[in-house]
Design a protein around this ligand. Structure first.
Ligand SMILES: Cc1cc2nc3c(=O)[nH]c(=O)nc-3n(C[C@H](O)[C@H](O)[C@H](O)COP(=O)(O)OP(=O)(O)OC[C@H]3O[C@@H](n4cnc5c(N)ncnc54)[C@H](O)[C@@H]3O)c2cc1C
Length: 660
């Protein structure tokens, strides 16, 4: 499902801070970057940098947050340059996190604690050779957290990051690769001329003719380096980045037209996430664009995007199988294009087939005798045809709610079947308390770009997120008490996650178990959508005209919708490549948090997403619009580096612990 969200983090800007009980917390995580505070004498007293035995280099008088943080950054650079690991680690607090997106690791990793940081530095410093560490812009100090943007270069790349100090020592550090040296994207002063001025050029084709020739030959007489299976928002954004980086890339999608993933959904659907969160790479929505984009409008935007970003996109092309030749390092991929069987030989295969994986369709006793229609939620076309009919929707998460509301809207009589609790959060509350700080008009007006918002979001290690989210969702519980009471009275089972950390943590841990309320909850509370709910309530059997539940109740039905979720994305690998490769790669998504549906061991990053997997040259891409936008940069850089033959040996490639 979609989802969203921004950490608590974001509250800073959206809270009515005077009144908000989370003010201190929010400020800790996401201070007003543009408003540096003067450094107080109280903070000077507590400044541990000055007392650290290893901090001689930064014992100069410190007057402002900016000079203090700049000194810390400079000191980090010096100690790393001297390969002084003890000295480097003395700049970190006992509880510390270093999240590295490619720059040091050619991987997406979060190093938790000093031993983990030491290990990475021991293994990667010589290869990386970081230099020119600098504080960029002003630092800020709020509630004891000193923080700011940094830049750094390595032998092969330019990077950016964000650092937070507590009592003068590093608590969180983010380092990210932004571009490869010598392979900068052709933007601004590097943009192409476009026209061929003068006469007598060998190639007399204009832009259109060149595009047509490329379309006719690409994938036929010349092979793509990257093949992206799936041209939804994920595949398109990644392809746009690769195009700008000069990596020959082909997208195949079985859909008739780009954007059909959205057009095909039920009539009333709009994006659940607000516009500021949803921009595609390079091409933001114009500033009159609606906050919640209607489904056909996002479909058209994606189609336009495919065209103007000059992507090589084959519609009506289904990938049917793929196998990797370890000897040649290339894939053999069979596709069915407009009914014709073709073989492609890319070097890299990217599955952007939808984060949700293959639909879970339960096999209920008697399903074959049902006389009405039954289908998985992913195949539900909308409620138009069901006026006056009886529908049973099995499941109580996002899709179930949306489908129930749409069926009711179309005059059907609907019963939802809930067997375990669901986290519900009202869209308004999300906008006010969760999104606002990073992705809102306020954020835009305060000068926060989408890229900066994405980086700030990325700078919070997953491990510390629950602690920051809990109080926000406590505040939401209070704010929406009547709403939650109404649902409970109707018998709806609610939760806020295993550790009360709310929506975003549920999303990254298990990708399910929630609903962003855009209206269906009221219909449940007032009984318009009927509810059968009990822990473990299941389907006993299907009869010709009814669903019989495990509590003995019989629900007459003309339509049954199985809103029963999806398997992990490695199910796509099983379907298209082999069960062996799917098992080797293991489950995708989830952090290994040990909470419901996210079994350990703890990994601290999303499994297999946007990073090297246990299968060489196989990648998984997806997520919501925000994730696809931000993480496609890192995936594209990994692919570009391999295309250019750079040394991309991976630090900390995650093992696979779960096959499904
Ligand atoms: C009701 C609802 C509301 C949502 N709201 C939001 C929201 O507000 N924001 C948000 O970010 N997300 C939202 N989502 C989730 C959204 O669907 C996903 O975030 C998004 O579609 C993921 O994009 P993707 O490109 O990874 O996958 P998809 O959009 O699912 O695209 C995958 C593509 O792969 C193609 N494909 C699959 N198998 C093959 C094959 N073998 N050969 C060729 N092509 C293949 C499919 O045709 C499809 O076009 C919502 C979902 C629902 C159901």
């Amino acid at each position: 499902m979609s989802l969203i969200i921004i950490a608590i983090v974001t509250l800073t800007r959206s809270c009515n801070v005077g009144a908000c009980p989370q003010k201190r917390l929010c400020n800790k995580l996401f201070p007003k970057v543009a408003q540096p505070l003067l450094y107080s004498s109280r903070n000077n007293k507590n400044n541990k940098i000055g007392r650290s035995p290893m901090s001689i280099a930064i014992e100069t008088p410190v007057q402002t947050p900016t000079t203090q943080l700049a000194a810390w950054v400079e000191s980090l650079g010096e100690r790393l340059a001297q390969r002084d690991l003890d000295g480097t680690l003395n700049l970190f607090s006992e509880e510390c996190y270093w999240r590295d997106l490619l720059l040091f690791s050619w991987n997406l990793v979060t190093l938790e604690g000093k031993p983990a940081i030491r290990d990475m530095l021991e293994k990667r410093l010589d290869m990386t050779q970081p230099e020119q560490w600098k504080l960029e812009g002003e630092a800020t100090l709020n509630d004891g957290l000193l923080e700011g943007w940094i830049s750094v270069q390595t032998k092969t790349a330019r990077g950016k990051g964000y650092v937070r100090l507590k009592d003068g020592l590093c608590w969180t550090l983010l380092t990210t690769m932004r571009e490869l040296k010598g392979h900068e994207e052709p933007t601004c002063r590097r943009r192409p001329l476009g026209a061929s001025h003068g006469h007598g050029h060998d190639d007399k084709r204009n832009w259109l003719e060149r595009r047509r020739d490329e379309d006719a030959s690409f994938g036929i007489t010349t092979q793509p380096y990257c093949l992206i299976v799936g041209g939804g928002q994920g595949g398109l954004g990644l392809a746009a980045r690769l195009k700008r980086m000069g990596v020959p890339t082909l997208i195949v999608d079985k859909a008739e037209r780009p954007g059909d993933q959205w057009r095909g959904r039920y009539k009333s659907l709009c994006l659940h996430d607000p516009v500021w969160y949803d921009h595609m790479p390079y091409l933001p929505f114009p500033d009159h664009w609606p906050v919640f984009t209607p489904k056909d409008q996002i479909g058209d935007w994606l189609e336009m995007y495919t065209k103007v970003m000059e992507l090589n996109y084959w519609p009506r092309t289904e990938c049917v199988s793929a196998s990797f030749d370890e000897q040649t390092g290339t894939w053999t991929v069979e596709v069915q294009r407009d009914g014709e069987r073709l073989t492609l030989n890319p070097t890299q295969l990217i599955l952007a087939t939808g984060m949700s994986g293959v639909p879970n369709v339960p096999a209920y006793l008697g399903a074959e005798v049902f006389k009405g229609q039954q289908h998985h939620s992913s195949r539900h076309p909308g409620g138009d045809a069901w006026s006056g009919k009886r529908a049973v929707v099995i499941g109580a998460n996002n899709s179930a709610h949306d489908i129930c509301a749409d069926l009711v809207e179309n005059g059907a009589e609907v019963t939802m079947v809930q067997r375990s609790s669901t986290h519900i959060v009202r869209s308004d509350s999300l906008m006010d308390l969760v999104f606002g700080g990073l992705y809102s008009e306020d954020a835009v007006e305060s000068g926060l770009t989408t890229d900066k918002a994405d980086m700030l979001f990325a700078s919070i290690p997953y491990k510390v997120m629950p602690g920051f989210h809990r109080p926000v969702f406590e505040a939401i519980k209070e704010r929406d008490k009547d709403f939650y009471d109404g649902l409970s009275k109707a018998g709806f089972m609610l939760d806020f996650g295993d550790d009360d950390s709310g929506l975003f943590m549920k999303y990254v841990r298990r990708g399910s178990g929630y609903y962003i309320d855009v209206g269906a909850s009221e219909l449940i509370a007032n009984g318009t959508i009927k509810l059968k709910s009990a822990p473990g309530l299941g389907v006993e059997r299907i009869e010709a005209d009814a669903v019989v539940l495990s509590d003995g109740s019989r629900l007459p039905a003309d339509l049954i919708v199985y809103a029963t979720g999806y398997g992990s994305m490695n199910g796509w690998a099983a379907k298209l490549i082999s069960q062996y490769v799917a098992d080797k790669v293991g489950r995708c998504w989830g952090l290994g948090s040990g909470t419901t549906n996210d079994p350990g061991p703890y990994e601290g990053e999303l499994r297999n997403m946007w990073k090297p997997t246990q299968q060489d040259n196989l990648w998984f891409h997806g997520g919501n619009l925000h994730q696809s936008r931000h993480y496609s940069l890192y995936l594209a850089l990994q692919l570009k580096a391999r295309f250019e033959g750079l040394d991309t040996s991976v630090y900390g490639r995650a093992e696979s612990h779960h096959i499904r």
